[in-house]
Ligand binder design. Sequence first.
Ligand code: ZN
Length: 160
Amino acid sequence: MQITKDAVALIHYTLTDDEGKTIDSSAGGEPLAYIHGNGNLIPGLERELEGKGEGDKLDVKIAPADGYGEFDKALIQQVPRRALKGVGNLHVGMQLHAQSEHGVRAVTITHLQGDMVTLDGNHPLAGKNLNFKVEVVGVRSATEEELAHGHVHGPGGHHH
Ligand code: ZN
């Protein structure tokens, strides 16, 4: 069976940045199971996996536009510490959920200087090429229940 819309695909993957640093990997654990064609993976990776089958291996570089988007300077803002009153122990790398005019957005503290806190609303991988090594380890049809829930049940997926 090939990977097409609404198929459940199980993949092992390793994601590295352009410097060769591993960002994420399924190695040593369960493969990632996802329902294909439903926006569960970044668009560039879903496109590469379309039509592939069990045993297929891919080595692909995905540009930011097909990954987590381009880096957007407009999403960086500085706020005084007092605006974050109630949030304890502010530190670089900390993730917060900020209310914005577009709803709740995840932001990361990227800089602390004096009374000012720099918040970055970009995805941590925005603006980065994503280098994926992927091996397809299984493909099957999704059940009605999985399609209704929008996620995979069993190995590599939800257990409930
Ligand atoms: Zn479910």
